[in-house]
Design a protein. Structure first.
Length: 351
C-alpha cells in the first residue's frame, strides 16, 4: 500500500480503476475489487484516508458493523486499511479531482489539482457527501482562533481534559461530545439556539440528567461575541432567548453547527443527479455514464439508506459489475474466501 501526497506531472498513470474517495466505502471497494484481481488507485482531497470518520469523529463509537459490537470510527478505518494491504492500493491524498472525461475508446481521463493524471478503465465515486466544510461560528474575530481555541472537530480528546469548554450545537455531534467530555473537562456548557434538540433522545436525556446533577450547564442562546485578552481566547458572550446576556469562561469553544456538503467538480461531470446525489442502477451501482459507478452516501436510489453497512453492500455488487465492464468476455464465478485457492492467493493466506 502506497501513500502519495502528490505525484509529479508526467505520463498518465494507467490503471484498471480509479476510486474517488478514501472513506470506509472507498476502502472497502478496494477490497472487493482486489478479491476479483482488479487493482485500484485511490484519490481523496483529504490528507489521510478515512473520510468523515477520520476527519470529523475519529473517537465516536459505531455499533452497527457486523461482528463488531462496538468499533471506533478511526478503528474501523484502521481495520479497513489493514484488510486491503494484500492488494497494495496506491493512494493520492490531499488531491482534488478537477478534470474528468470519457475518451472515444471508453476509458477515462482524470486529473487532480496537483497535476496527477490517470488513464482508467473504470471509475468509482465514493466521495460521501462530496467536499464539505464546517459551518463557522460566525462572530467577529473568530478566524484567528479557529483550529486553536475554536474547534470544528475533535482530533485529540486528551488536549481537552481539565479545560473549560463551551459546546455549540443541538445535533448528535454536539450531544455526543458533551457526554464524552463532561467527565473529563473542568467545566462543560452546552449552548443551543432553541429548546428542541436534533440529537438522539437518549443523549438528550443523559445531558439533562447531568444538568440536573450540577455537572454541566445548558443555555438556549446564540453566540454574540468572543472574550479575548492579549491574543488569547478567554470565553464567549452569548445572548439568551429572553434577551439576557451571559459571559461564559472557556479555553476552547467546540462548534457543531453541521456541514456544508457540496458535490464540487463532480456536479460538472455530466452524470445524472437527483437532490445533489448521483442516480445509480441498483443492479450494478452504475451511474448514467457507463463505466462510472457510485457507492456510499454520494449515490441515490429508491429505498436508499445512508449507512456504512449499505455502502459495503453496494461496493460488493459494483465490483462484479466493474469486472464485467473491464473484461466483458470473461465468465464470472462467485468464489468464497473460505474455500477458494485463488482468493487465498490474492489475500496472502498460507496454504
Amino acid at each position: 500500500m502506497s501513500l502519495n501526497s502528490s505525484t509529479a506531472a508526467g505520463e498518465p498513470i494507467q490503471t484498471e480503476v480509479v476510486i474517488v474517495g478514501a472513506g470506509p466505502c472507498g476502502l472497502f471497494q478496494v477490497f472487493e475489487l482486489g478479491l476479483l484481481g482488479i487493482s485500484a488507485h485511490v484519490v481523496d482531497s483529504l490528507p489521510a484516508p478515512g473520510g468523515q470518520c477520520t476527519e470529523l469523529y475519529p473517537d465516536k463509537p459505531i455499533y452497527d458493523i457486523p461482528a463488531l459490537p462496538v468499533c471506533g470510527a478511526q478503528e474501523l478505518v484502521d481495520r479497513l486499511l489493514q484488510q486491503i494491504k494484500p492488494f497494495n492500493p496506491q493512494f493520492h491524498l490531499g488531491q482534488e479531482v478537477v478534470q474528468f472525461s470519457r475518451r472515444e475508446d471508453g476509458r477515462f481521463a482524470i486529473a487532480t489539482a496537483a497535476g496527477t493524471r490517470f488513464d482508467a478503465g473504470a471509475v468509482v465515486i465514493a466521495a460521501g457527501v462530496g467536499s464539505f466544510q464546517a459551518r463557522r461560528l460566525g462572530v467577529e474575530g473568530a478566524e484567528p482562533f479557529e483550529g486553536k481555541g475554536i474547534l470544528y472537530r475533535v482530533k485529540d480528546v486528551s488536549a481537552l481534559e481539565g479545560k473549560r469548554l463551551v459546546i455549540f450545537g443541538g445535533g448528535d455531534s454536539a450531544l455526543d461530545w458533551t457526554l464524552e467530555l463532561a467527565p473529563r473537562a473542568t467545566s462543560v456548557t452546552l449552548v443551543h439556539r432553541r429548546a428542541e434538540f436534533r440529537a438522539a433522545p437518549a443523549s438528550v436525556s443523559k445531558m439533562k440528567e447531568l444538568v440536573s446533577a450540577g455537572r454541566m450547564r445548558c443555555f438556549e442562546a446564540l453566540p454574540h461575541s468572543l472574550i479575548a485578552t492579549e491574543g488569547a481566547l478567554r470565553g464567549v458572550n452569548i445572548k439568551a432567548a429572553d434577551g439576557t446576556a451571559h459571559a461564559l469562561e472557556a479555553e476552547h469553544l467546540l462548534v457543531f453547527f453541521g456541514l456544508h456538503p457540496k458535490l464540487g467538480p463532480i456536479a460538472e461531470w455530466g452524470l445524472e443527479l437527483e437532490k445533489k446525489a448521483l442516480k445509480v442502477d441498483t443492479a450494478n451501482f452504475q451511474t448514467s455514464l457507463p463505466g462510472v459507478f457510485a457507492v456510499g452516501d454520494i449515490n441515490t436510489y429508491p429505498g436508499k439508506k445512508k449507512l456504512i453497512l449499505s455502502g459495503f453492500h453496494e461496493a460488493a455488487l459494483a465490483a462484479f459489475a466493474i469486472q464485467h465492464h473491464l473484461f466483458p468476455q470473461k465468465r464470472q464465478f462467485l468464489q468464497y474466501t473460505t474455500t477458494s485457492p485463488i482468493m487465498h492467493q490474492r489475500l496472502g493466506v498460507p496454504d
